[in-house]
Ligand binder design. Structure first.
Ligand code: SF4
Length: 705
């Protein structure tokens, strides 16, 4: 049947308006996009539950990246003169496939590695994991989400038997009387979330007096790297001051005694001596949480990006359990996931140790299930590989990968000990980067593949609440730009795989993902594009049941995900950072985000309004600390650790701890914060110690004009 006035051959009218989601952080604000390449694309906020008609500056300006002047629009191959030159897709893909085949033949399948990103849709993350394990046969795949919330994920799995950023909808926070935010500067990283906290008394744990801390009723400002001591101290007070929910602890948890015994050694005055947080403020925090009626404990990267990040997240979970909050319906614990699809990205196979459905790669039944969906034998699946930093560190070494394929990541800026990572990338026989802008990593590549970005593609993402969202295309991609799915399919075929094994239409990939996730912890089998397109609100797990499963917005109300239904306390103790301050490096260097930028800044640095708002890196420091180095406001300075130095101008802030300096991590070149960060890894999560390094601050002589 045809629409009146149209014939069957009338081309479809171009889409001029779609409902989709912001491309950046894990809040995944709903947005309406309208316009086209001619008149320009504009975003306006949708009345979606997480953002309720609000967007931050990044969300409003996200369409500007679609027309970035240096947008990648053709495949590039490095020529004999060392410059990247335009070429055809066939030439680029033939070259990549030929060199991958040669490296695998010579050094084995693990000679080729894959590095993904938390920005990739579920479909891309799923197909990337399948491509790595089948087409390449490599165990060497991980993603930058490892740098995001892997510590909270490890702690959540141990405590609750499952890891989902928030096990409740964001809107539940509106009913909270008290919210403890540990290491999360939501006023800058997720501004629309703040409106859900309007009615709550906030307790903010952060070494800096951030925009979020300024809104708090109580700001606890610990020495960087001592958050676990603080969490232990808060548990101590909860027990001693009689705020423990004994009935809940007895009915719903295991392991309280050991955790409480450990906390008994952390009395408030001892905690004060280690953290610098006054004992009275510690008591006030526990009183606010314990008497609130409804309270939440939320952690972010500030307490998680440490070599003891998993234990620290566990310390805050212990506190929440002691107060009887998780799964109580009157509060809970959650982790504020960072990247847009940080949650879905790790559920569906681009993490070194996981198969789709949040299945462990070492579990025989999990391997058999996924191998069955993929039509291969379980033994054809490689085992777990290296975690993200270990993988980057091994590149080009005697036993490390010789080639790396990067999808949606910029490790030259975002990885710790960045100068070393750049050296490792440069030592590769082959570096291939699929991206839509020439990131610092893409500029180092031998082959650059131009791929679609958010408003040019369909797919799904999973936000910080475990809620499935549809990404929708407003625009066709530029003529020579391809979707990552098509790139993976075309490469796989060149490597000898049957094309039927690599669907390149997002909806078809999602259908396969549903089957692969069936029965797993992150079960998506009951979710379909059709259900999402009718506006159903679906949080995983959502199994494919006879009666349409409604999804699970609130986990743990009846039971936790361990076989016995109980949550676990974890016996953890403060160890402190891998690197202590010393006379040579007397300050704690910490890193983080600013309102105007996102992650390595590869996208937001290309938006004029955002660049104008935050044009360059800076070193935030107490005036007395600056003065000791002979520095005044805006003076040029160098921050040096045992690994290297970065340079920027100082910004004086009397609210900073005098023993600490802060540098945002969005900037490249000499202003890279990661030139000084420490690659010490959390033994359970593989999280690097981004948040604390021993550093010194020196003035840099200014050149005479
Ligand atoms: Fe929302 Fe995050 Fe996008 Fe800002 S960056 S508009 S908070 S999704």
């Amino acid at each position: 049947m045809t629409t009146p006035g149209k014939t069957a051959s009338t081309p479809p009218a171009p889409v001029t308006e779609v409902s989709t989601h912001c491309p950046y952080c894990a809040l995944q604000c709903g947005t309406r996009l309208h316009g086209d390449r001619e008149v320009g694309v504009r975003a306006r906020p949708a009345d979606f539950p997480v953002n309720r008609g609000r967007l931050c500056q990044k969300g409003w300006t996200a369409p500007d990246v679609l027309t970035a002047p240096d947008r990648l629009v053709r495949p590039l191959v490095r020529g004999p003169d060392g410059r990247l030159e335009e070429t055809s897709w066939d030439t680029a893909l033939d070259l990549v496939a030929e060199r991958l085949r040669a490296l695998r033949a010579r050094h084995g399948p693990d000679a080729v590695a894959v590095f993904g990103g938390g920005c990739l849709t579920n479909e891309k993350a799923y197909l990337l994991g399948k491509f790595a394990r089948l087409a390449l046969g490599t165990s060497q795949i991980d993603y930058n989400g490892r740098f995001c919330m892997s510590s909270a994920a490890a702690a959540g799995n141990a405590a609750f038997g499952v890891d989902r950023g928030l096990p409740f909808p964001v809107g539940d926070l509106r009913d909270a009387r008290t919210v403890l935010l540990a290491g999360a500067n939501v006023a800058e990283t997720m501004p629309p979330l703040v409106h859900h906290l309007d009615r709550a008394e906030l307790i903010v744990v952060d070494p800096r007096r951030t925009a979020t801390a300024r809104r708090a009723t109580l700001h606890l400002q610990p020495v960087p790297g001592t958050d676990l001591a603080l969490a232990l101290g808060l548990l101590h007070i909860a027990v001693v001051d009689g705020l423990l929910d004994r009935d809940y602890v007895q009915r719903r948890t295991l392991g309280f005694e050991a955790a409480a015994r450990r906390a008994m050694a952390w009395w408030p005055e001892r905690v004060e001596s280690v953290t610098g947080v006054p004992a009275s403020a510690q008591r006030e925090a526990v009183r606010m949480l314990g008497r609130a009626g409804s309270a939440y404990v939320l952690t972010g990267r500030g307490v998680e990006q440490h070599s003891q990040g998993t234990d620290t997240a566990a310390g805050f979970i212990n506190l929440a359990l002691a107060l009887g909050l998780p799964g109580s319906g009157r509060g809970g614990y959650g982790c504020l996931t960072g990247q847009g699809n940080g949650q879905g990205g790790r559920e569906h196979g681009q993490k070194a140790d996981q198969l789709p459905g949040y299945r462990p790669l070492t579990d025989a039944a999990a391997r058999a299930h996924v191998a069955g969906v993929w039509g291969v034998a379980p033994d054809d699946l490689p085992g777990p590989g290296r975690s993200a930093y270990e993988l980057l560190d091994a590149l080009g070494g005697d036993h490390g990968p010789r080639a790396l394929l990067v999808f949606g990541s910029n490790p030259a800026v975002s990885a710790p000990h960045a100068a070393h990572v750049v050296e490792r990338l440069a030592s590769l026989d082959l570096l291939v980067v699929a991206d839509f802008v020439p990131s610092e990593t893409a500029r180092m590549a031998d082959v650059v593949l131009p791929v679609t970005q958010w408003a040019e593609e369909e797919g799904t993402l999973t936000n910080l609440e475990g809620r499935l969202l549809r990404r929708r295309a407003l625009l066709p991609p530029p003529p020579q730009v391809r979707s990552d799915l098509l790139v993976l399919r075309d490469l796989a075929v060149r490597l000898g795989e049957p094309p039927s094994r690599y669907p390149s239409v997002p909806r078809e990939v999602f259908e396969e993902l549903r089957a692969a996730s069936r029965g797993g912890k992150a079960d998506y089998s009951g979710i379909s594009y059709e259900r999402l397109d009718t506006g159903e609100c679906l949080h995983w797990p959502c199994p494919d049941t006879e009666e349409r499963h409604p999804g699970t917005p609130r986990l743990f109300l009846e039971r936790f995900a361990h076989p016995d239904g109980r949550a676990r306390f974890t016996d953890v103790d403060q160890r402190g950072p891998a690197e202590k301050v010393s006379p040579a490096y007397p300050l704690h260097g910490t890193t983080g985000r600013v309102l105007a930028h996102y992650q390595s800044g590869a996208q937001t640095r290309r938006v004029a309004e955002l660049s104008a708002a935050a044009p360059e890196p800076f070193i935030e420091v107490h005036p007395d600390t600056a003065a000791r180095s002979g520095l005044a406001d805006h003076g040029l300075a160098r921050v040096t650790s045992a690994r290297g130095s970065m340079t920027a101008r100082v910004r004086l802030d009397p609210t900073m701890r005098p023993d600490t300096l802060f540098v945002p991590f969005h900037f490249p070149g000499d202003g890279r914060a990661n030139l000084f960060t420490h690659p010490a890894l959390d033994p359970r999560s593989g999280m690097p110690e981004f948040k604390v390094s021993a550093v010194r601050l020196d003035a840099v002589p200014e050149a005479t004009p």
